[in-house]
Design a binder for this molecule. Structure first.
Ligand SMILES: *[C@@H]1O[C@H](CO)[C@@H](O)[C@H](O)[C@H]1NC(C)=O
Length: 998
């Protein structure tokens, strides 16, 4: 019922006023309606009543609530502590926590109000207009929480709709002004959240967050014992942000900090705000590791040899945390977040956990330990102990983790669904470790986050969710997506994720629907491109410099993205520009600068080997982008008089190993001597599709060195770009003019002449074919004649082979072009459901277009299918060639690097079938020792670096019509692209562009 009313009302609201809401019911309007209650109208605000016996966190949120109303309207409501004897002629807003607030209890008693929908629930709230709530009040708008956070969330929910972004301080989002605010008398309500504990985790917070906090929250020196800047001034900003996003839990900054030591006010303040505290996966019993152990520990961090001291250390942490609300991390990792010593085994970990529970029992005076929230993270090697049979007590929440790269390593199996402690998720947007750190800029796609987290929910991992946010900025939107999804997962599905981004863009930048759609597209692209290869893992030859115009198209796309973002940035009023810069413009500019820098460095290196004068222009561009990279960092730091100074301190150009470089250094570039002419002469001919340049010797043109034959350019009528180009370039300082001529009328070159000089060192000549004049395969020659003042003329040829292919009449499907058939996985010819499971598109997922995955993933009772019997997709294609004329082809099915989350006994599998040949089943994540990942996962060109896995199979497929089929065997497999190599596919990072479909 609620949803129906909300959506009807929501549609109406959208038409009359831009109420800001992401994934929640809207109950706020800026114009009065027959059913509205006035918060502020005609220059008068409803008074706000609260009771002094309510929680301090509620008092704080109520005080924010009235100042938020002031930010929007310029009018501050009067807030007072009242009792049930209060009289008010103006209808007030009454705030309070059921069972805690005597005011709310009196209203419930007086009106016999039905509060059963929230009573006794976790963090639910209800709000509505109540007639005669108290003897002296004729009507009031009541905001009532089931518990303290329920009330707090009810308040901040309204603040957001009024126009105050949760990020108003953390990302400088301006408040949109309105003279009047009304709330619908039916109010807004929310039940218990999907996930009970919703947290982020500051981690690897040096250099950015730590340097920034040191400057902004301290006098330049950190805490006495630890040097940490993360004091209660810092954390009060954090707690407010968490609560405004309806999160309730925090893992505090860790590496050089100790929450309970850095500032003695940190722990009580968290509790005062209503935030539940924990410590990270490797910091048991509410004590920071390594900082606190190095300050207060005695002996080694080794439970085999030093259990007595460690035990007491934990006792003290527990006593210190006892007055507050906590989730205790149990278990143990080695010092420095490394695996425990070799002698560690399942028995020892069982003893550790049992001792920790004894400590809890003792410190909490015999309280039933199963009622004290505890979590045990199955991180890295700890998962191995779990796989080896470590069976922790049922009430401990098992925290399943990703591989630090956004792929859940494991998720609960049905036999764990009913554990009383349930399960949770620890996930990363930022990481320090193998194969390389990524901690600079936003590089997570919400489509992928959704894919993984929605599986976690299907597998009952809903008790605790923690997102590792590194320095928090610049992951604002992704962080909110994680927490919003955890708050109410039922709002989100495969097909409406974009509405999260558009609603976010409207809220943060007050954009129109079309402007917000453009921002959603920009955000989708920048995160897609940073995720297909993390910026830290870019290198100069990642994208093909010679084939499929891959590198050039990446550059063009970055330029278009920068233009699109800059257009919006320029259209915003100046007050919105800072927040847009922080959350959209800077990530776009910075990512594009780095991405282009690497590609230009690759082109520069290649051209040096080709003796092209334009080598130097590319070196200049790399140098200028390298300078620009720092300028962008500076611009960020100087924003708003330096509010975010240091927040972009993170180094990111040129890694030498997995760990961050100590400074940025420019990708290596080369220069040619600009006054010296290349030995073969003034003109350099560089055709598309080769790393060679003619004339002269070059390792990339022929092995024999002498008398290399001309290059043979090949074009067929189903090559997606439909042309080939030849770059005519300067081989030194001498200018020249050239003519390009062909010996066949079907071959057209544009331009057919040009001038090359040191100021214009490359002219691109494009060759196209008039296919109406070609039958079968025909040969031609392009001749480049150069006239060079003061030098003999030069002439160089490129051979050209044009092949016109004709698909069989009536054929519908993909047609071979350029040596293969490349297909976006979503572009199926047929899609067959089995047992209610259908391969379904995840829009926006992955490297190029989208992914497809069998849906629902819980279908068939989480069961699997024998190869060839499961849900299938089919791709019809026609080929004209086979590999070396053998009658064989090979296929690549490119899948996301989703891991074997069903456990070692159920590796992810997919079956591939060509026509009616025997299906081939591939388990693409190789087995690995418990607690470890396969070797292929790692490395700078491994599964996570490449953001995918290529499944290669070989088939017979003589020229003609064929059908490639993919069958589901196990759930969770996401296919992005399918490629059939008929003999001419070349290496590229994104696989060839999609083939022509007829
Ligand atoms: C109401 O009482 C509480 C508890 O004494 C106090 O902290 C709060 O500031 C008071 N609020 C107002 C608006 O006076």
């Amino acid at each position: 019922m609620r949803g129906l009313r909300a959506s009807v009302w929501g549609g109406f609201l959208a038409a009359v006023a831009g109420v800001h809401a992401i994934g929640q019911d809207t109950c706020v309007t800026f114009k009065s309606t027959p059913s509205s209650f006035s918060v502020v109208s005609g220059g008068k605000a409803a008074p706000v009543f609260i009771s002094k016996d309510d929680w301090p966190g509620v008092q704080q949120a109520a005080s924010d609530f009235v100042s938020d109303i002031d930010k929007v309207t310029g009018i501050t409501p009067k807030i007072t502590n009242e009792t049930s004897t209060v009289k008010s002629t103006t209808p007030p807003i009454i705030i309070g926590t059921l069972g805690q607030s005597s005011l709310i209890n009196a209203i419930v008693e007086h009106t016999n109000m039905d509060v059963s929908s929230i009573n006794g629930t976790w963090e639910a709230f209800m709000t509505k207009e109540v007639t005669n709530p108290l003897p002296g009040v004729s009507k009031a708008y009541v905001i009532m929480g089931a518990d303290k956070r329920g009330t707090i969330f009810g308040l901040y929910d309204h603040s957001e709709q009024f126009g105050v972004s949760p990020w108003y301080w953390w990302a400088d989002v301006p408040t949109t002004k309105n003279a009047n605010i009304f709330v619908d008398s039916a109010g807004c309500s929310h039940g218990s959240p999907t996930v009970k504990y919703r947290a982020f985790f500051f981690n690897d917070e040096q250099p950015a967050l730590q340097n920034w906090a040191m400057e902004k929250f301290t006098n330049g020196t950190g805490a006495a014992l630890t040097g940490s800047p993360f004091n209660h001034f810092f954390y009060s900003k954090v707690f407010e942000l968490l609560l405004r996003m309806k999160a309730n839990f925090l893992w505090p900054a860790q590496w050089s900090s100790a929450f309970g030591v850095d500032d003695s006010q940190n722990q009580p303040l968290a509790d005062w705000f209503g935030i539940v505290m924990g410590t990270s996966h490797e910091e048991p019993m509410m004590r920071s590791i390594p900082v606190e152990w190095s300050l207060f520990g005695v002996g080694d961090w080794n439970y085999t040899t030093n259990s007595e001291f460690i035990y007491n250390f934990w006792v003290n942490g527990t006593i210190r945390a006892k007055p507050y609300e906590n989730v205790f991390t149990v278990g143990m990792r080695g010092d420095g977040d490394l695996p425990l010593s070799e002698s560690t085994n399942v028995d020892l970990l069982e003893k550790i956990i049992s001792d920790q529970r004894q400590i809890l029992t003792d410190v909490f005076n015999g309280t039933d330990v199963t009622t004290i929230p505890q979590v045990w993270a199955l991180y890295k090697e700890v998962l191995g102990y779990f796989d080896d049979g470590l069976d922790p007590p049922d009430d401990i929440t098992l925290l399943f983790t990703d591989d630090n790269w956004g792929n859940m390593v494991r998720l609960p199996l049905p036999d764990a669904f009913n554990r009383t402690g349930g399960a949770g998720v620890y996930y990363h947007y930022d990481y320090v470790g193998d194969p390389r750190d990524y901690k600079w800029i936003t590089s997570s796609q919400i489509t992928k986050t959704f894919d993984q987290l929605s599986q976690a929910l299907e597998r009952h991992a809903d008790r605790i969710w923690v997102i590792n946010v590194g320095d928090l900025k610049p992951y604002e939107m992704n962080t909110e997506f994680f927490l919003t999804y955890a708050w109410n997962s039922t709002r989100w599905n495969l097909n409406n994720l974009n509405t999260f981004v558009t609603a976010w863009a409207q809220r943060e930048f007050d954009l129109s629907a079309s402007g917000a759609a453009e921002v959603a597209e920009i955000v989708a692209n920048v995160t897609r491109w940073n995720n297909r290869r993390k910026p830290e893992l870019l290198n100069a030859t990642l994208f093909s410099l010679t084939d499929y115009r891959e590198a050039e198209n990446v550059v063009t796309a970055w330029d278009a993205l920068v233009n699109a973002s800059t257009k919006i940035y320029n259209s915003l009023s100046s007050e919105f520009q800072a927040s847009f810069f922080e959350m959209v413009q800077h990530p776009v500019l910075a990512s594009s600068t780095l991405g282009k820098m690497w590609i230009f460095a690759g082109q520069n290196n290649l051209r040096a080997s080709q003796a092209r004068l334009s080598t130097n222009d590319l070196a200049d561009q790399v140098e200028s982008l390298f300078e620009q990279d720092y300028a962008l960092e500076q611009q960020y730091h100087q924003l708003l008089n330096g509010k975010w100074d240091h927040m972009m301190d993170q180094t990111h150009v040129m890694y030498f190993y997995w760990q961050q470089p100590m400074t940025n250094s420019m990708p290596p570039v080369s220069r040619v001597q600009e006054k010296k002419q290349a030995l073969p002469g003034a003109m350099r001919i560089s055709p598309e599709g080769t790393a060679g340049t003619w004339p002269g010797d070059n390792p990339n043109q022929c092995a024999a060195m002498l008398n290399c034959p001309p290059f043979i350019a090949m074009l067929d009528n189903f090559v997606p770009f439909n042309s080939r180009f030849v770059d005519v370039g300067a081989g030194g300082p001498s200018p020249f003019t050239f003519k390009a001529t062909t010996n066949e009328s079907w071959l057209i070159v544009t331009p057919s002449s040009g001038s090359v000089s040191s100021s214009n060192p490359e002219v691109r000549v494009e060759a196209t074919v008039d296919w109406s004049k070609v039958t079968g395969t025909q040969n031609a020659v392009i001749t480049f004649d150069a006239t060079i003042p003061g030098q003999p003329s030069m002439s160089e040829q490129v051979f050209f082979v044009a092949t016109k292919n004709t698909p069989p009449a009536g054929f519908s499907g993909f047609v071979e072009g350029d040596g293969g058939v490349s297909i976006e996985a979503a572009h199926t010819s047929r899609n067959t459901s089995v047992a209610g499971i259908t391969w379904t598109e995840i829009p926006g997922y992955g490297k190029t277009l989208s992914g497809i995955t069998p849906w629902p993933r819980s279908g068939n009772n989480f069961g699997n299918f024998t190869p060839g019997t499961g849900p299938s997709v089919e791709y019809d294609f026609v080929n004209f060639n086979t590999i070396d004329g053998s009658g064989n082809v090979s296929t690549t099915v490119f899948v996301a690097p989703t891991l074997n989350n069903l456990g070692p006994d159920r590796p992810l599998k997919l079956a591939v079938q060509m026509d009616d040949q025997e299906p081939q089943t591939v388990a693409f994540i190789p087995p690995s020792a418990p607690g470890s990942l396969p070797a292929q996962w790692d490395g700078t060109d491994g599964f996570v670096a490449d953001a995918g896995v290529s499944i290669i199979t070989n088939w017979t497929a003589t020229p003609g019509k064929h059908t490639l089929k993919l069958f589901m065997v196990e759930p969770s497999v996401v296919v992005e692209k399918v490629l059939i190599n008929t003999g001419g596919v070349r290496l590229s990072y994104l696989l060839p562009p999609e083939s022509v479909r007829v």
